[in-house]
Design a protein around this ligand. Structure first.
Ligand code: ZN
Length: 198
């Protein structure tokens, strides 16, 4: 079964401090100028959807996910209500309609629903990122970290069933005040996966 819930690791604690001033120019401005001159240095980007922030490195990762994530008939109908001009719009709309449908399938409607997706090209890349973070070798194709509220997703494996399963974990985690046992979490996510096309 795709997906696993990780409970290890620590949250982000990057400290933001004011940049020093050099000859009246702030470091931030210098960096902005460098990035303006060499845009290839800043490829990492974010895509905001209604419920998620998707972090990715290259536009082709979004294209890959968009190709893999083929909506079922019931979802195509919902997708038509969204205004879609670009690949980014389409990916955002798909994630939003899938998580809305998962809520209907599970009959769970959390008051607050907000999470992050770390998007990678392949499962190997996602696993490498997780290894760097947790020092733990895993061989899953996608992971939802309950503790971090982050879904680690491989664009290559971004099939509807996989995404619905993982978004099931997201919904379940946000719905309950006290997180259900891992086995029950998994059973419910499998239920969401199985019934997403209903
Ligand atoms: Zn799972």
């Amino acid at each position: 079964m795709p997906g696993i819930i990780l409970k290890i690791g620590s949250g982000r604690n990057s400290k933001l401090t004011e940049p020093p001033i050099i000859n009246g120019w702030s470091i931030r401005l210098v960096i902005a100028v460098i990035f303006f001159l060499f845009p290839s240095m800043i490829e990492a980007a974010e895509l905001q959807t209604r419920y998620a922030t998707i972090h990715y490195e290259h536009a082709n990762q979004l294209q890959k996910l968009n190709r893999e994530l083929v909506p079922s008939k019931n979802l195509v109908y919902l997708l038509q209500r969204h205004k879609i001009m670009t690949v980014n719009d389409e990916v955002a709309a798909k994630i939003d309609i899938i998580i809305e449908q998962v809520q209907i399938v599970l009959e769970m409607f959390p008051e607050k629903l907000r999470f992050e997706i770390m998007l990678y090209s392949t499962a190997a890349e996602a696993q490498e990122a997780l290894f760097k973070r947790y020092r733990k070798k895993v061989n899953y194709i996608s992971f939802y970290s309950r503790r971090e509220n982050i879904l680690y997703l491989s664009a290559q494996h971004g099939k509807l069933g996989v995404v619905a399963h993982e978004l099931g974990h997201v919904v379940i985690e946000h719905y309950f005040n006290r997180s259900p046992p891992v086995k029950i979490h998994e059973l419910m996510a499998q239920y969401a996966e199985r019934h997403i096309t209903d």
